[in-house]
Write a protein that binds this ligand. Structure first.
Ligand code: MSP
Length: 503
């Protein structure tokens, strides 16, 4: 049994959750669910990032105070995650007093260790990124390279963090396995190798933030309080025992847009505070909008509820986990989502269940037979489990689910070859084939449960099992032969009704 602490970025409360946020969050949720199946001590953190100019301006535009803006939008994130069956252990908000204390404590340690000094900063600032840019990195017309909007010139007295003094430590951390996948590790290393400049970490121009304890006219720049949420949540500054239990066994899942903050600034801050850098940062690419149906919409205008209405929670989760390879950018298309749903869920898994239950009904009087010890599917199941487990371990849900569905496909092929529907009712032959298929359904329900939070439970009950697949323990639950047989099975509604499209 191990210990697994996984986080999502904390999302800005200037605007509503969209499917880009949902992709990261569902991935983290599935990772946490897999580790719970393994019996690991698991802690899954998400939350909202509530300070900074961007939130302050969104509040002004909506005629609210920043805290009202934060309260309202933070709740929308929680509602969205509830609607996607995201089972976080804690939802942190950076406006909580414990987070202010922890930020002040961590950065005071950085200062006590000699890594913070006072200076003047002047530069181009993008409010949407909450970041300064070098002139060289801007697009024509002084536009931000990410948001393609004009940046602003800001000048202020503030405190600097001596990032430049930590190049060696950062190089060591990155090269010894701090950043995944490989391409993203090289990107992080490239940033450090280019040479690091000290960074400004406080502001006097705004007040919506965490106050600097040694100079109350300043607040910390939003990123330097935001990153610290990962330490606050597990007890930094309030419960050292808990903090020492969870830190540094943390895995941060983030999008590539915030790689610099998580793979350079954050480990550097921790090292400067005398703490361990995170165990791993897992960086994924961006979802881009392809396909026809949503082509007139921006990706950030698509809320999770829009897709859940058409595909259900399981269809939504399965699509993003199975179709998006963790790491590279990926085209999101509604059409591809329909195809994936119909192929893997309706045709492969859904059909397997309905076929098996129908034939058990007709040929075995509805009583579920037991699997055979020497089934040819036993080896397929073992192989599929081994590959899936290895892929989950590498944060590759799409590979893990592909390996899981290979078992489902092979079992459909096994039925086609043996044609139990043509066998003699009550014969040992028909019992063997159906018992084997039921065993595959049991194993699949467990292995797919991190993705299919609801259908895995329906499947479990449909094959006559009590409790829930999420309560099983791996690897034991994937070992061939666990299906007890003997239950009275009943034909029920389709697990995944096919989605018919106009074309
Ligand atoms: N508040 C900061 C993070 C602070 S973490 C200490 C922030 N918030 S955000 O609301 O802008 O969320 C950014 C994250 O949302 C990305 O890193 C990524 O996880 C997710 N995504 C936002 N748009 C996305 C896509 N189009 N595609 C995939 N993920 C996307 O940055």
């Amino acid at each position: 049994m191990g210990r697994f602490y996984v986080t999502t970025p904390i999302y800005y409360v200037n605007d509503a959750p969209h499917i880009g946020h949902a992709y990261t969050t569902v991935t983290a949720d599935a990772m946490a669910r897999w580790h719970r199946l393994l019996g690991d001590d698991t802690f899954f953190l998400t939350g909202t990032d509530e300070h900074g100019l961007k939130v302050q301006r969104a509040a002004e535009a909506n005629g609210r105070t920043p805290l009202e803006q934060a309260d309202t939008t933070s709740l929308r994130f929680r509602d969205a995650w509830d609607s996607l069956d995201v089972a976080y252990d804690q939802f942190i908000r950076t406006t909580e007093p414990r987070h202010h204390r922890s930020t002040q404590e961590l950065l005071s340690r950085v200062r006590d260790n000699g890594y913070i000094y006072k200076g003047t900063y002047a530069g181009f600032y993008c409010v949407a990124c909450e970041a300064y840019y070098n002139e060289d990195d801007l697009l024509p017309g002084n536009a931000c390279p990410i948001h393609e909007r004009a940046v602003e010139w800001l000048e202020e007295d503030n405190y600097f963090f001596k990032l430049s003094a930590l190049e060696n430590e950062l190089t060591d951390w990155i090269t010894s396995g701090g950043v995944f996948p490989d391409g993203k590790r090289n990107e992080a290393l490239g940033i450090v190798k280019q040479g690091l400049e000290d960074v400004s970490i406080t502001r006097t121009s705004i007040s919506w933030g965490v106050q600097v304890p040694w100079d109350p006219a300043h607040v910390f720049y939003v990123w330097y309080d935001a990153l610290i949420n990962y330490a606050t949540a597990v007890g930094f500054g309030s419960d050292e025992e808990s903090f020492n239990l969870w830190w540094p066994s943390v895995h941060h899942i983030i999008g590539k847009d915030i790689l610099r903050f998580h793979c350079v600034y954050w480990p550097a801050m921790l090292i400067a505070a005398g703490l361990q850098p995170p165990k791993q940062v897992q960086v994924h690419g961006f979802l881009l909008l392809g396909g026809k149906k949503l082509s007139k919409t921006g990706l950030t205008q698509i809320g999770p509820a829009d897709l859940v209405a058409d595909f259900g929670v399981d269809g939504f989760r399965y699509h993003f986990l199975r179709d998006v390879s963790f790491g590279p950018d990926s085209d999101f298309s509604y059409e591809a989502m329909v195809i994936r749903y119909n192929t893997d869920l309706a045709n492969n898994l859904g059909n397997l269940l309905s076929r098996v239950v129908t034939v058990v009904d007709r040929k075995c009087g509805g009583i579920a037979p037991r699997p055979s010890a020497d089934s040819p599917l036993a080896a397929v199941a073992a192989q599929s489990y081994a590959e899936a487990a290895e892929a989950w371990d590498r944060f590759q849900p799409s590979v893990a689910l592909e390996a899981t569905w290979r078992l489902v496909r092979e079992t459909n092929a096994y039925l086609e070859r043996n044609e139990p529907w043509k066998m003699e009712a009550g014969s040992p032959e028909v019992a063997t084939v159906l018992g084997d298929a039921l065993e595959v359904l049991r194993i699949t329900a467990v292995m797919a449960s991190p993705a299919l939070t609801r259908a895995s439970v329906s499947l479990w009950h449909a094959i006559g099992l009590d409790g829930s697949p999420a309560d099983q323990r791996l690897p034991g639950a994937a070992v061939w032969g666990g299906y007890p047989g003997g239950a009275q099975l009943e034909r029920g509604p389709a697990l995944f009704p096919r989605i018919e499209t106009a074309e």
